[in-house]
Every structure is written in C-alpha cells, then in structure tokens.
Design a protein around this ligand. Structure first.
Ligand code: TMP
Ligand code: MG
Length: 215
C-alpha cells in the first residue's frame, strides 16, 4: 500500500566534486529509502530529458557552443522548469534527493570566470534544500580515482578551479547551517551510513517546517 503522508517530505541536495561518488551514493540511498517503504524520488540536475536539458546536454558534449552567460542561465532555467513539480511533490510527502543543484550551478560558472554574485542571482527563489550534503574529496584522493570522462568540464584545470570555488562557497554559506560536509575518501559503506543519518535528520526537520526559498 502507498504510505499515507503525515507531513511534507524532505528536499535534500547531494553535491560534490566529480568522482566524489555522488551518483553511487544517490543510487544506494534511493535503494534504502525504497526498501524502507518511504516515498522518495531522485531528481538529477541537469535533467537532460527536457528541451532545455537537451540543449545543456549538447553543450556538455561539445556538439554545440554557447556563451558562458547563456549556458549559466539554461542550467538555472532547467531547475526553474522543474521547481513547481518539486514543490508539489515535497508537499505531498515525497522526499526528493537531488544529485547536484544550485551549488554546482554557481561554482562551475564562477570557475569559468563569471562573478560569484551574478551566478547566484538566477537561482534566487528556488526551493531551498533542508540539507545540502557535500561529498568532499581531497585533490590527492581525487587523483587516485578513475580518469576523467569526455564531457566539457572534465579537465584538470577546470576541476581545480571548481574545487576552489566549492571551498569558497562552503565558507560563504556556513552561517546558513544546512551544509553537511562528508569525507568522500572513506569507504562507500561508511559514507552511505553518514548520509543516511543526515537524511533521517532532514526528514525530522522537514516535519516541523515549511519549505524555504533560496535567498
Ligand atoms: P553531471 O555529470 O552530474 O550530469 O553534470 C554535468 C556537468 O554540468 C558537470 O560538469 C557539472 C555541470 N553543471 C553546471 O555547470 N551547472 C549546473 O547548474 C549543474 C547542475 C551542473
Ligand atoms: Mg558528469
């Protein structure tokens, strides 16, 4: 039987550097949430299935070129086009795990040289996650993992800048208190255990409050 929603679900963003294990951890988390009979779904950003998502996909695969501002706004528009559904689902009791969100949006564009504040502006007003789980990986540990793929940003110089921008943003949003930094250098099981604890806390938190917006 479908579980009866007693209150809203939690909105949780999983962020981190490429190769930090985001997708592996999101998949494991979804399996466990579903095993426990929770109403939960995964929302990956960018969502490449929409019309805007297809433009993003071809940009990332370098089959199209776009001005840095234009692609930045498309990534944000891709979140906006899904925002109403996210809001509705969370309010119906679904916990939504987002694989990347506005934080990737800011740091990747800022790493290319767009202003940090400029990068934040288009995402203002989007649903704010109850928790942002940041999978942190040292440069040394990252280097030990598999090589880069073939997409546009998967080159060492860009990845170094993205790492720096994530560090900067983590400091900048520290007061907001919703970032939880996990050491992604630990084993898959250990990291999963820690994520699970944070997800349970976020679900508890969600019961007592309405969803907030990104300031
Ligand atoms: P993915 O590998 O998780 O599908 O993400 C695709 C790439 O897009 C990755 O290099 C991160 C980047 N990205 C942005 O530049 N801006 C964004 O808003 C998002 C969500 C991802
Ligand atoms: Mg990728």
């Amino acid at each position: 039987a479908t579980p009866v929603p007693t209150s809203r679900g939690a909105l949780i963003a999983i962020e981190g550097l490429d190769r930090a294990g985001k997708s592996t951890q999101c998949d494991l988390l979804m399996e466990r949430l579903q095993r426990e009979g929770k109403k939960a779904r995964l929302q990956k950003f960018p969502d490449r299935t929409t019309t805007i998502g297809k433009m993003i996909d071809s940009y990332l695969k370098s089959t199209s070129q776009l001005d840095d501002h234009a692609i930045h706004l498309l990534f944000s528009a891709n979140r906006w086009e899904l925002a109403a559904k996210i809001l509705a689902d969370v309010n119906e009791g679904w916990t939504i795990i987002m694989d990347r969100y506005v934080y990737s949006g800011v740091v990747f564009s800022a790493a290319k040289g767009l202003g940090y504040e400029y990068c934040r502006t288009p995402d203002t007003g989007l649903p704010r996650p109850d928790a942002v789980i940041f999978l942190d990986l040292s440069a040394a540990d990252a280097a030990k993992r598999g090589g880069f793929g073939e997409e546009r940003y998967e080159v060492p110089k860009m990845q170094r800048r993205v790492r720096e921008m994530f560090q900067f943003m983590m400091e900048d949003v520290r007061d907001e208190g919703d970032w939880k930094v996990l050491d992604a250098g630990k084993s898959v099981e250990e990291v999963q255990g820690e994520i699970w604890g944070l997800v349970e806390k976020a679900e508890e938190f969600a019961k007592g409050t309405g969803l907030r917006s990104i300031a």
